[in-house]
Design a binder for this molecule. Structure first.
Ligand SMILES: [Zn+2]
Ligand SMILES: [Zn+2]
Length: 163
């Protein structure tokens, strides 16, 4: 279990309006089986902040990643179940808000979906739990997996439920 107060302090998220609380953060989603494995990792950097502004765990998680920032833009970094966005992508304020909302505790697979990640940060849409690569029983092709409760999930970055 994540300690809420600790989480808020570490990620400097204050439960005020989303705009007031919008700032850099880094978060590691752990496998809900309690095996200690990481399901996914997310970092969001404000236009004028860098890794150095993240808490210690956040800095460690992204060590060695070379940032190519676009001036005035937020920057989003992601590592998911089978793929991520490497050194990250510049994102606009609207996307930064969606990502922040998605990763504000308590996590819900419904809100996580708003972040528009191909694997929903490892969360299962059916049971609502997050799982690591091993627990997703990823298919040989890497395009899908099933959670320990047998729920199927696409892990294909190009697949969308609207297709
Ligand atoms: Zn499930
Ligand atoms: Zn696991």
């Amino acid at each position: 279990m994540v300690d809420l107060e600790n989480f808020l302090r570490q990620n400097r998220i204050v439960l005020m309006s989303i705009y007031d609380s919008l700032r850099s953060f880094s978060v590691s989603i752990r496998c809900s089986t309690g095996d200690g494995e990481i399901a996914s990792q997310v970092a969001l950097l404000s236009p004028d902040e860098t890794f150095a502004d993240l808490h210690r765990d956040g800095q460690a998680a992204w060590e060695g990643v070379e940032l190519r920032r676009r001036p005035g833009m937020w920057h989003f970094l992601y590592r998911g179940i089978v793929a991520g966005n490497a050194s990250g992508d510049p994102v606009d304020l609207a996307r930064a808000v969606r990502i922040t909302k998605a990763f504000t505790l308590p996590y819900s697979s419904l809100r996580i979906r708003q972040a528009d990640l191909y694997d929903d940060a490892g969360f299962c849409g059916s049971c609502g739990n997050a799982y690591c690569f091993d627990h997703w029983n990823v298919s040989r092709s890497g395009a899908s997996g099933s959670c320990p409760q047998g729920h199927w999930k696409s892990l294909d970055p190009n697949w969308s439920p609207d297709d």
